[in-house]
Ligand binder design. Sequence first.
Ligand code: DX5
Ligand code: ZN
Length: 230
Amino acid sequence: MTPTFRIAPSILSADFSRLGEEVRAIEAAGADLVHFDVMDNHYVPNLTIGPLVCEAIRPHVKIAIDVHLMVEPVDALIPLFAKAGANLITFHPEASRHVDRTLQLIRDHGCKAGIALNPATPLAWMDHVMDRLDIVLLMSVNPGFGGQKFIPATLGKLREARRRIDAHTAAGGQPIWLEVDGGVKTDNIGEIVAAGADTCVAGSAVFGAPDADGGYRSVMNELRRAARTA
Ligand code: DX5
Ligand code: ZN
């Protein structure tokens, strides 16, 4: 398996009325990142949370906040999220007029930068911006909703993205995380990690399986165990 492995619970499936408690619980259960899904009812047919909510949860956890922007246009939100405490920001390249500039803008604001690719969006978007990427996020569902089924064609795409990233780092390039988002569960995380993902988003799998005390230790341990069998 890929030596570094991270789990990023998506708070899209958390109880929004108790968000501070929910992010503290995932951190206590060993989450590596808080995955923060931003939807604008324009790029995707759903509406979620913005910089004010990011700022509100920031003091509750030490782990990084991984902001996934499903918005169009993109650029104006970047300084706002950076100011609100985001650590990583990914966006969908089709939603930005100038992808290279948007990636630079994210880094200029002190965050790690990445592109998020929909199931039908080709890896070719990586081609001319490899040096500007800290993360590539592959969507394994169509963006907009939690609780959807993993699209199996993502596995082949992950293997190819892993090959490109490894070639880049072997040639002296910076490390690039390979994140997968959508439909990740205990029963498929093994094959997802085997295909090359080093960072797995899991929303409904985590928040849908609380421990008796409301924590998430058992499901997080189970996800890690299943990932290790890769
Ligand atoms: C979908 C979001 C995902 C989603 C994952 O548009 O980007 O992060 O919340 O949720 P699950 O794990 O339930 O598919
Ligand atoms: Zn997401």
